[in-house]
Design a protein around this ligand. Sequence first.
Ligand SMILES: [Zn+2]
Length: 202
Amino acid sequence: MNLPIILIDNGHGRETAGKRSPSGKLREYAWTRAVARRITEELRGHDVSAFLLTPEDVDVPLATRVKRVEAYCRQYGKKNVILISVHVNAAGNGEHWLAAKGWSAYTTPGTTESDEVARCLYEAAVSAFPGRKIRIYANRKNPDFEASLYILRNTSCAAVLTENFFMDNLDDVAFLLSDDGKEAVVRCHVNGIIEYIRNAYE
Ligand SMILES: [Zn+2]
């Protein structure tokens, strides 16, 4: 088993309320599952030990997701596990098209190894999404946003949550539903993770 272990999580489940585009064409659970699966497969193609954390379609509770991550941390050491949780952002409740758009990533408050993983993902995002908005948190030395999100706060390994554009922005949704858009999101994650591994492990 090559280290680190990369765990790819996907947001929410089939029965989670909301979490869809106003058109109903983009469902966060389905979109993130398809993309998470492709990220995992492509990483494996590069000899990275990548696993899907939540292969189920149902909404696996956050506490269960955390338990799964922690089991990997106990087995391989928390420094050898990286969690990436793949989501789609929303500015409202999914009923109306709104103006907010763009790609971003979140880590817990404070500077940890997660910020270095996020920095690599941001670099990859700039290349993968030319001409599209990359949302940068302006008041820190790192570009990522900071929030005490449950899955980030309660896991002991490096962990980043990506918000891949907005499901209630018309232009972002058209991009996310296109083959080019899905390919670009997969490329962003794969290239960012591989760059981080190169910097930190080789
Ligand atoms: Zn989400």
